[in-house]
Design a protein around this ligand. Structure first.
Ligand code: F6R
Length: 245
């Protein structure tokens, strides 16, 4: 793995935006794997500015998102489909037909997981996958478990993830209890993976994931095995890592 040290969230966001933009410039019809949550928002805002100036062109780019809440329609204001439109897609010149997320309204999990895995396979897999990290080490919604997931799967969100994500909802009881998430196979098959981790509340997860053993109890630790994994992290997120990486 490679570590890129950033000063703070803004610095990390610009660095990640540069890496993603370089990918799109080198291969305009590339497949980007995208994430939601607070971590990637700064990078998305930066790329919207560069796209506006004509520096990056997303017109041929395709995207697959990591996850979606079960039970939320794409136009629900807490769905990840809505989040992506509001925070990124509506601000860039991407063809919305080239953007893909799991369908939270499909309640037949086997059918939806198979459909989404086929979407990813038909695109030829992911060129560059962007990840955040949960405070419990999850990537996508692949929560700590006895085994690593393989394909797209429907997961029960852990209490800590529900609590962490309740900040986006009126109250905790409104947070969906399940989500569809891309599995570890599609994530690990991405040609390059970039993770953005910032803030003190990610320090323990970053330390455990990248300075500890590879274990499904710390899902992000599997990234240690990826041949082209880049961690962009700020000083706070690296506070426990020190010089160990
Ligand atoms: C979101 C996702 C999650 C988040 C993680 C961190 O699509 O896949 O794994 O990246 O929960 O969330 P934030 O960035 O809000 O701290």
């Amino acid at each position: 793995m490679r570590l890129i040290r950033a000063k703070d969230y803004q610095d990390a966001s610009r660095k990640v935006a540069n890496i993603i933009s370089a990918q799109v410039i080198l291969k305009p019809d590339c497949v980007l794997g995208l994430a939601t949550g607070s971590s990637p928002v700064g990078a998305y805002q930066q790329m919207i500015k560069w796209c506006d100036k004509g520096d990056v062109d997303f017109s041929q780019t395709k995207t697959v998102n990591l996850d979606e809440y079960v039970g939320l329609a794409a136009d629900h204001d807490q769905s990840y489909a809505y989040f992506m439109r509001k925070n990124f897609f509506d601000g860039i010149n991407i063809d919305q037909k080239n953007t893909n997320l799991p369908n939270g309204l499909e309640l037949d999990a086997a059918k939806e997981c198979a459909r989404y895995d086929k979407v990813i396979a038909d695109l030829g897999g992911v060129d560059l996958q962007l990840l955040g990290i949960g405070a419990n080490g999850h990537i996508g919604f692949n929560e700590p478990a006895e085994q690593f997931s393989v394909g797209t799967n429907r997961v029960d969100l852990t209490a800590s993830t529900i609590a962490a994500n309740s900040r986006f909802f009126e109250n905790e009881s409104m947070v969906p209890r399940q989500a569809y998430t891309m599995g570890m196979m599609a994530i690990m098959q991405a040609k390059r993976i970039v993770m953005i981790a910032t803030g003190a509340n990610k320090a323990q997860a970053v330390y455990d994931a990248f300075c500890g053993p590879v274990t499904p109890q710390m899902p992000a630790s599997i990234l240690q095995l990826h041949p082209d994994f880049v961690l962009v992290a700020d000083e706070e997120a690296l506070s426990l890592v020190g010089d160990k990486l």
